[in-house]
Design a protein around this ligand. Sequence first.
Ligand code: SF4
Ligand code: SF4
Length: 246
Amino acid sequence: MKKYQVKISTSLDGLREANDLIRIDARGKGTFDIIVSKINLLKSIDYPIDGFSITITDANFSLVDEKVIDFAKSLGVKDVSMDFDLVRSINIPVEDCVHKIISLRRYAHKNGLNFYGTWETPYRILISNSWLSNPHAFCPAMEGKTIEFNVDGTLKTCGHTNTIVGRYENFDECFLPGSKYLEIISSRLPGNNDFCKGCEIEGCCAGQCHVTLESSKKDPSLVNRTCQLMKMATKALIREYLQSSM
Ligand code: SF4
Ligand code: SF4
């Protein structure tokens, strides 16, 4: 991997107690020690990782705090991402999620680390993109940037979705006018998606991650919660931006 510069990323869901509550191996054993030992191994062969991703659930929410940023700094990494498990974090009030995001983000920035997550995407799009210059979307699959080839011959919009848009034997047809892929992208553009019409962040969110929308078919409350998180996080990040520019 070092020879071919293959990027390595890892999850680490907080310090030992927080991580080992939710990230366990097949025998139910916590994975903190093994993940950290491999992070250090990569560092020792002069191929360090850039950072790690934290997943938050109801179980580890209260245990993830500034100490994880201190730990990231001590490991010598520069990026920490944090996201909320769509299904397993439903008991945390959205206000508390946003408060955790903002306080850890502030602390990470003060310590020279990047701190991000899916919750940042509408804000990032809002401050760096305009439909006047470039078409854009929250979801790379909806920008036509990703496609997954499956062993059964199907093509999906990305590696996480269930949405089949064609078969590899007819690859070119996937991109023709009237194809399923183009139809989905078109239906997800701002103004075309009934679910998002009138939402205050419609232009920069435009239906968020396609997987979330797929899950919403099974449980609409999940997507409503994610929408609330996106809207509240975007507003809080705008406030942070305005305060830092004053
Ligand atoms: S569907 Fe979700 S996971 Fe897949 S490309 Fe879009 S944003 Fe990423
Ligand atoms: S927050 Fe929800 S309703 Fe608003 S644009 Fe995003 S997906 Fe649509």
